[in-house]
Design a protein around this ligand. Sequence first.
Ligand code: FAD
Ligand code: NAD
Length: 509
Amino acid sequence: MLNVPPQAFPAPGSQQRAAAGGRTKVPLKPGRSLMDWIRLTKSGKDLTGLKGRLIEVSEDELAKHSKKEDCWICIRGLVYNVTPYMEYHPGGEDELMKAAGTDGTDLFDQVHRWVNYESMLKECLVGRMAFKPIAAPKGMLSEREVLGASARDTTPSYDWFQTDDLITVVIYTKQKGMNAELVIVDCQHKRLRGEIILDDHSYLVEVDLDREVQDDFAVNIAEKVGKVEIILKKKDHFQWKVLGLPLESHNTLLRRMERGLFYRKCKLVSKTEVTHDTKLFCFMLPKSTHLQVPIGQHVYLKQIIAGTEVVKPYTPLLPFLPLDFKEPFCQDGAHIYLMIKIYSCGLFTQALDHLQIGDDISVSNPEGNFKKSQVEALEDLFLLAAGTGFTPMVKLLNFALAKVDCLRTVKLIFFNKKDDDILWRNQLEQLALKDERFEVQFILSEPAEDWMGKRGKISSALLSECMKRSKKDSKVLICICGPTPFTQQGLQCLEDLGYSQEEMHAFTA
Ligand code: FAD
Ligand code: NAD
């Protein structure tokens, strides 16, 4: 039996009730949570109406099934009867009906591209599209489409060479300012995958190598010329005739959002209490991975829960708040730290909390739309965080204090329910004592009577009282992160207070 309480789940604040980024928020009926859906799929009930038979579906046939009570949708060439799923869809029935009787791949990718519908809807599979696979290779673009004919010279390319011991794969990104955060390499079981992030695009080298290599490898980056070398160690001294067999997406340049998420298994190395319900998890990347998570970006964790793949985003931070800001804290590149609140009836966090030291979890490549250039030449930085919405603020705070010379003030306005919910309170107060540019203000929505600080929830009045520019017309950035209604209300308040869109950044999925 699954140890998940079936009642009142998910609660009104749950992520399962709200599509990411605040796009849509549809209250699900009781008994219609993801866990309830998983239970239904395991019940043996015929969810397709075809008694387990798989058929080939023509476009005409697909189009006939476009009503709520008889709704088929094609996702990546596979057709599902989604009628039984309607009431369980976090985005709501209307959202699902937008794709009724058609190819919904793009729609599904736009809203929750990390959700594995193949796994979630496997019991609803009707069959395969008869002719063209409707969503052909995900978003593959020609060079001309991506960059425009005139910019063709900037398309990356690769080459390789070898010595007796080494194989060197060289990627010419043709982009200046390459750095380690833009290079993600995995080499597992002869499969080499090197992804280079080029603004909103990604270039991929992906081959099944000719022969075995050792687990560890080196990555050298010539920042100025944009050359990336991946140096693999041969297991034997054979001369390779070819680098290997190109895989499907090898040597492609795609928009990042159109590249499938790639996961590698990471080991849980420690789990420490931060507050009564929040823990700091440390995961170790395999030796065969080169990955650094940039400021403000999140990763997806994937677990199989009751036979279904469940994926949730989390924002890596630092193991502690450094107090010395001469240089940004340098991570070792081998560990990922996540501060995670364990909800008593949370599907994913309960499973996470049950992980033992040494257990594996799948961790994706990073994603997110924060750019370091947003803090360049900044004078005032305001961080509005609620609950675990604090997580993206940590690396940002560290980077701004260390790297932005003209920075005069950084103020964290930290909204929580009670005082024992405040994350890293001690560390934040110590930092405020140490660095006069930094100030922290705690605001509680459910304080105890003896709380001396501010009370309430985010509002224009509260923000105008707490946020003061260091000088008139100073260059300011306000970052906000927390529950979706908090972020939405916060952005509205800031707009009402006269801040421009360029002066605000909301961390969302
Ligand atoms: P669900 O099964 O979705 O919800 C179950 C129960 O949890 C609910 O009934 C409710 O009681 C409770 N619950 C869930 N969400 C809330 C909420 N917002 N407010 C009150 N109660 C709630 N979380 C972190 O802890 N650390 C992070 O670094 C982090 N980074 C994120 C980054 C992004 C981009 C996004 C979009 C979310 C992030 N989250 C983070 C939230 C995380 O992805 C999950 O939504 C969260 O862990 C709950 O998952 P769950 O499956 O356990 O809960
Ligand atoms: P919580 O429920 O403990 O609430 C913390 C504070 O948020 C409250 O004290 C209140 O001031 C404010 N708040 C909560 N609900 C509100 C509402 N409806 N309207 C206005 N203000 C409200 O918070 P939590 O359980 O720690 O949840 C943190 C949230 O932050 C989660 O929803 C999580 O998904 C999100 N998060 C997002 C990112 C990201 O997008 N990058 C990163 C981390 C966390």
